[in-house]
Design a protein around this ligand. Sequence first.
Ligand SMILES: [Zn+2]
Length: 118
Amino acid sequence: MADAKTHEGSCHCGAVAYEVDTDLEGLVECNCSHCHRKGLVLNFVSPDAFRLTAKGPQTEYLFNTHKIRHLFCDTCGVQSFARGSTADGKEMVAVNIRTLTDIEPFSWTAQRVDGRSF
Ligand SMILES: [Zn+2]
């Protein structure tokens, strides 16, 4: 990630906030039953590129294979990120880039992925 920059993000009420080092490449928009409902646009990063700066209470939501721990703020319901692992077992954080506070909405391009068919 040669052009990685530190970005800031948060849930809507601010109880959950984070910093992430990313070049915002390889963004994914997925049509699975979960991503589609939440409108998630995801950026997969390694855990060492992600730092929680406000740790308000969150609820974990699991479904399907329970491999990804989706977390949403107990106060405002916004999902800022999820934790899980890649197919080869590496830990990763899936950041919902719609919760970044320092980039313009629609300034990014995401690849559409057919998660519904997986
Ligand atoms: Zn919140």
